[in-house]
Design a protein around this ligand. Structure first.
Ligand code: MSP
Length: 596
């Protein structure tokens, strides 16, 4: 378990809003911290825009969050919650509904349902799915707005600038470039998103963001782990060196009707990003019950929405008397065959087609194994097949198959371990001389013993791909162990050889038990199949007391002698070479593509 540095408060005592919640540590209802109890945490995905169906970029954000949440829950049941949902207000959704000839509420219900179904199908184990059109959310947003207003953080001012509807934000002049559109006509685009921007001039409510440079810097300097991976932490600090202008937090209602109205001002609608960010409080029961959790919240976000989460959101929170979130984990983007994924290029990868082609666990494994948060990753169909076949079907599935095959394990039990064949010794050379285990076998024992802690550290450092890499390396090592000792050549009628054969099988099954347990957050169905085959009961699959090879340490092994599970089928069916490419959704060119 990681120990977190003591957190500081960054609030201005004089302007603390009356609507602000009690400070951290104050008593609140629900599963709050108690003596000796570690605080439970919320892991959040971004909430998804409903102007288009889910694609693999969305799925990636959600899988990272799901794997982290599952890993924590396996370490300490009840210690984690996972929130996700849909971002339904704003100009982008209003325009998408108009283009589809649909009422915004109907479009939202339809597409939100698609997201919910896709995430459920992907085995994303969310505890809450929030829709920003729900009454509980408007209540939270209105309360938050009132806290900002009462704290003196809002003022009405004239605002003009380039507005990027795709990103739902104003773009500074320096970030705007001239670019030809599809017809070759010049238009202005945001350098960051590549989307068209429009000059917008209106009277808005402004949030005094400019006053938060120092508190934000202080927060970040005081907690180097607040944003990871590290390059993103430095980007945010760099942004804070630039101009930090006040933020427009409402839109003229005549242009934006699809949103929450500003209280007592019928001419304005609350800015969709302010509305959306508050979802993280809504799911915790804000304004009544959030103190039991806040700020023990870990946001998973794509790099494109980092500024909103690492600058605007913490500043807004400080303004209403709340701490910034404990962690912001940032990931980069998926490109497809070297190109940015976009509706206009017709190369958007549909997750449902991928599930059909590669299975749910196969595709979860691929995205989490290949996705490196620090840099953009490229998607190729062939790559999915190669990785999944070699690591899941061949290395892991093959190993299980080999050590449970009736020819080698006719009694179908978790065989006994013999200490005399695999003696424990601090002096491995001496142990080798006594038993039949070799130096490499002791290295295997060391690697697998250290693996659970290594994996936990990788998960907590948001390096799930490294966790999978190290599990794969151990699976390879175990295959090497099995191969090295050629157990199929041992004579089962000879008691000494049988004893050594059982020991080899015992060590291999123990390795597989550790891999199956550690892989549960990433490939839940396959891990369940593996552990069931090893006859490991559901209550024996926790990460809390995962000890490898207790017999080697002179302790009893509860699994020894147990009959193996009845499912003798293949653990992971090898994927066939693609008969056809995974469907990519070709849709009409749209100015407001969600994935661009
Ligand atoms: N609605 C906002 C988030 C509000 S959170 C308070 C939004 N939605 S989104 O649907 O456009 O994006 C949701 C997530 O998908 C973001 O984390 C974004 O980075 C991620 N991805 C979108 N395209 C992506 C790729 N091509 N690759 C990986 N993730 C990407 O932004």
């Amino acid at each position: 378990m990681l120990l977190l540095p003591p957190r500081r408060l960054f609030l201005r005592p004089l302007r603390r809003s009356p609507g602000a919640a009690p400070r951290r540590g104050s008593a609140g209802p629900g599963p709050g911290p108690g003596p000796g109890r570690e605080r439970p945490r919320l892991v959040s995905t971004p909430i998804f825009y409903v102007n288009g169906p889910p694609h693999i970029g969305h799925l990636y954000s959600a899988l990272l969050a799901d794997a982290l949440h599952r890993h924590r829950s396996l370490r300490r049941p009840g210690s984690s919650r996972l929130s996700t949902g849909t971002d339904e207000h704003g100009l982008k959704v209003q325009q998408a509904a108009a283009e589809a000839g649909e009422a915004p509420s109907a479009l939202c219900a339809r597409v939100s349902g698609q997201f919910r179904a896709a995430l459920a199908q992907a085995a994303v184990s969310f505890s809450d799915f929030i829709r920003t059109s729900e009454p509980r959310h408007s209540r939270a947003v209105l309360h938050f707005w009132e806290a900002l207003r009462a704290g003196g953080w809002l003022y009405k001012g004239h605002y003009e600038g380039w507005y990027c509807t795709a990103s739902e934000c104003f773009v500074p002049e320096a970030q705007v470039a001239q670019s030809p559109d599809a017809q070759g006509c010049a238009h202005k685009v945001s350098k960051e998103s590549g989307h068209q921007v429009h000059w917008t001039k209106e009277e808005n409510y402004m949030f005094k963001l400019s006053e938060f440079r120092q508190p934000l810097q202080k927060w970040l300097h005081g907690d180097k782990n607040a944003i990871s991976p590290e390059p993103f932490y430095h980007s945010v600090l760099q942004w804070l060196e630039d101009d930090l202008l006040d933020l427009s937090v409402s839109r003229d209602r005549s242009r934006l009707q699809w949103g929450i109205p500003v209280p007592d001002d019928s001419t304005q609608t609350i800015y969709v990003w302010l509305d959306a960010l508050v979802n993280y409080l809504t799911v915790l029961g804000y304004p009544d019950a959030h103190n039991a959790w806040w700020p023990a919240v870990h946001h998973i976000v794509g790099k494109d929405i980092l500024k909103f989460h690492a600058i605007y959101w913490p500043a807004l929170l400080m303004a209403v008397g709340l701490d910034p979130p404990e962690r912001i984990y940032v990931h980069s983007h998926w490109t497809v065959h070297g190109q940015k994924m976009s509706k206009s290029l017709g190369n958007v990868v549909d997750p449902l087609a991928c599930f059909r082609q590669y299975t749910i666990d196969g595709f979860r494994y691929f995205l989490l194994r290949q996705g490196v948060p620090e840099r953009d990753c490229d998607y190729y169909d062939k790559k999915v097949i190669k990785i999944v076949n070699s690591e899941l079907a061949d290395a892991l599935g093959g190993l299980l198959n080999r050590c449970t095959a009736p020819s080698i394990n006719p009694s179908g039990i978790y065989p006994p371990f013999s200490e005399s064949y695999f003696p424990r010794s601090s002096d491995q050379v001496g142990a080798e001389a006594l038993g039949r285990a070799l130096r490499e076998d002791y290295e295997l024992v060391t690697s697998v013993t250290l693996l659970p802690l290594k994996v936990t550290n990788y998960f907590e450092n948001f390096q799930i791909y490294k966790a999978l890499e190290s599990i794969t390396a151990c699976v390879r090592q175990t295959n090497g162990f099995f191969q090295r000792h050629t157990p199929w050549k041992l004579c089962q009628k000879n008691p000494a050889e049988k004893c050594w054969l059982n020991t080899i099988l015992h060590v291999t099954l123990e390795c597989l038990r550790v891999y199956g347990t550690l892989l549960q957050p990433v490939i839940p169905a396959t891990a369940d199949k593996l552990l069931s085959r090893l006859a490991i009961a559901p209550e024996e699959r926790s990460l809390r007391d995962l000890t490898f090879l207790p017999r080697y340490h002179g302790k009893p092994c509860p699994f020894e002698g147990r009959g193996l599970g009845p499912d003798t089928g293949v653990l992971f069916q090898k994927l066939e070479k693609l008969r056809c490419q995974v469907e990519t959704k070709r849709s009409q060119t749209s100015k407001n593509s969600s994935c661009e």
